[in-house]
Design a binder for this molecule. Structure first.
Ligand code: ARG
Length: 482
């Protein structure tokens, strides 16, 4: 039998393989809410503009409410012969209310319908993702506040560079995530134009009111060009680009979790809830959740690449190629959502080992820059010369097999007569981080100010920065320094 929605000129139905390659209902059924909302808005507008009778409109809206309830309740039978969510919903509506259902498709096409549905879906998803990003940021900010004074090694090239505070390190991710939320919201702003009423590609001869449907669906305005409206997938591309960057950030953080939780680093302990054991090595606590978050960028960026390639070279306007947008996008956005949730859980549960971090922070002559800075500040030695002198001091410490704080004043004077005992006070990692109070620097005082700023931003409420020296302990058992 030919398709009852478009089969008028067809003598036979599609080949089984045709049906299989053509149908999207297997994945686009998740657009049912948006599809029904779009149809309600369209029917309402058609009645307001006198294209549809109020009786038909009422029957359509009541029937769509029943269809919605059936899908939500799980009693709806999706049919592959009906290809996609649009025709599945409309066909069921016809079974329920008869001929009036056939008038719903006046002045629209599946081309503007699918663009509208997908935009609404992406818009909802952005809202959820942004909330999730904010939740993760808040978890990090709370952690940063607790760890404002915790000293850890700062790395460049993964080589010990200068000591930093753990709170400062965590706040770096808060900044990245802030930009991620901004990018998602930026995409949302640009996507918020309604394609509905663009019809198949050229617009429609009916005197429809596109502003009305745009308003009804929460769009800022209707799209201004019908050809563009039905063939534009920038909104999902942009969202996937923003999602890819966010996933890349999560991947970096996940990698740090993996490194930090290793026995060799031992900076943090991930909770039992986010690790797994090994069936052969009883000692293992594998950071699987972190590893999977590290990996998810693969499919998220893959979706962006895949859709860019699908869209490349497509002539205007709609082509069926564009149906390939959904599966990859759904998968990518689901993956980002899951990654954000997993990260939030891990951040909330992790136990830092403050002693271990501090010990590691002083390894590798990490306060050498502080010596050079002291020579500049106190002895007025040009930085380049100070750098050279400090290099000799480091070499001496290396030779004596001790840290910089293990050198005596005689050792320093052996390198340069002008150095006096005041040098000792800049050698500790505490002094090093406390001194870095330049705006954006790692000093504990800065961390508290920045954490308070983020809290205000994320919760809408002003927070007093907690005074230094009031570090919260207790909940993170084995990590305390005291
Ligand atoms: N299932 C289609 C998609 O996802 C809907 C639009 C189909 N339009 C058409 N003229 N065949 O793109």
């Amino acid at each position: 039998m030919s398709n009852k929605m478009w089969g008028g000129r067809f003598a036979t139905g599609p080949d089984a393989i045709m049906e299989e390659i053509n149908a999207s209902i297997g994945f686009d059924q998740r657009l049912f809410r948006q599809d029904i909302a779009g149809s309600v808005a369209h029917a309402t507008m058609l009645a307001e503009t006198g294209i549809l009778t109020h009786t038909d409109r009422d029957a359509i809206i009541a029937g769509l409410a029943e269809v919605l309830a059936e899908i939500e309740g799980g009693s709806f039978t999706f049919s592959r012969a009906l290809e996609d969510i649009h025709m599945n919903v409309e066909s069921r509506l016809r079974e329920k209310i008869g001929d009036a259902a056939g008038r719903l498709h006046t002045a629209r096409s599946r081309n503007d319908q699918v663009a509208t549905d997908f935009k609404l879906y992406v818009r909802d998803t952005i809202d959820t993702l942004v909330t999730q990003v904010h939740t993760l940021q808040l978890a990090l900010v709370n952690r940063a506040e607790e760890e404002a004074e915790t000293i850890m090694p700062g790395f460049t090239h993964l080589q010990s560079a200068q000591p930093v505070t753990f709170g400062h390190h965590l706040l770096a991710y808060v900044e990245m995530l802030g930009r991620d939320a901004g990018r998602l919201l930026d995409a949302r702003k640009r996507l918020n134009e309604s394609p509905l009423g663009s019809a198949a590609l050229a617009g429609t001869p009916y005197s429809i009111d596109r502003n009305m449907t745009a308003d009804e669906l929460g769009f800022d305005r209707p799209t201004a060009n019908s050809l563009d409206a039905v063939s534009d997938r920038d909104f999902i591309l942009e969202t996937l680009a923003a999602a890819s960057i966010c996933a890349m950030h999560l991947s970096r953080f996940a990698e740090e979790m993996v490194i930090w939780s290793s026995a060799q680093f031992g900076f943090v302990r991930l909770s039992d809830k986010f690790t797994t054991g090994s069936s052969i090595m009883p000692q293992k606590r594998n950071p699987d959740a972190a590893e999977l978050v590290r990996a998810k960028i693969g499919r998220i960026l893959g979706a962006l690449t895949s859709l860019l390639v699908v869209m490349k070279g497509l002539p205007l306007a709609y082509s069926k190629d564009m149906q390939e947008d959904k599966e990859v996008a759904f998968d990518a956005l689901d993956s980002l959502s899951l990654s954000l949730a997993a990260m939030t859980g891990m951040v909330g549960d992790l136990v830092p080992n403050r002693e271990r971090m501090r010990a590691s922070a002083s390894a590798g002559f990490s306060t050498a820059t502080d010596i050079a800075d002291w020579l500049v500040r106190e002895l007025n030695i040009p930085f380049r010369d100070a750098h050279h002198i400090t290099g000799q001091i480091v070499a001496l410490a290396e030779q004596k097999n001790c840290g910089l704080e293990g050198l005596t004043i005689e050792d320093f004077k052996f390198i340069d007569q002008r150095i006096d005992s005041r040098i000792h006070k800049v050698l500790t990692v505490e002094a090093s981080v406390a001194a870095r109070q330049s705006y954006g620097g790692t000093a504990p005082a800065n961390v508290l100010v920045q954490a308070a700023r983020w809290k205000t931003e994320l919760t809408g409420q002003p927070h007093d920065p907690r005074p230094l020296g009031k570090k919260k302990h207790g909940t993170h058992g084995d990590g305390g320094v005291e």
